[in-house]
Design a protein around this ligand. Structure first.
Ligand SMILES: [Zn+2]
Length: 94
């Protein structure tokens, strides 16, 4: 893991939910993505496999007739880590 781009200190990684700006509509909830933060205030969010994520979101929005605020997406790493992991969709009851 690299250090902070602002001050060079090591970043602390935590998992947290993130509202992702997928398009101009309501933001999409991503569960437990890696959040890297520095004591100076710098932070970044690691979203693995953006291509498959966008496919999963567009498929869920077109196939599942659920409100997008009831959808959330969670990444499951595969056998070889994030490289072959997959995004899954969770639909909450409305
Ligand atoms: Zn910093």
């Amino acid at each position: 893991m690299h250090g902070c781009f602002d001050c060079g200190k090591p970043l602390e990684a935590t998992k947290r939910d993130h509202l992702y700006g997928y398009d101009h509509g309501k933001k999409i909830l991503l569960r437990e993505v890696t959040f890297l933060a520095c004591t100076c205030g710098y932070y970044e969010i690691e979203i693995p496999r953006m291509g498959p994520l966008h496919e999963a979101i567009s498929q869920a929005l077109s196939v599942l007739h659920a409100k997008r605020e009831n959808l959330s997406f969670i990444f499951a790493p595969g056998d070889h880590g994030v490289r072959d992991g997959a995004w899954g969709v969770v639909v909450r009851g409305s």
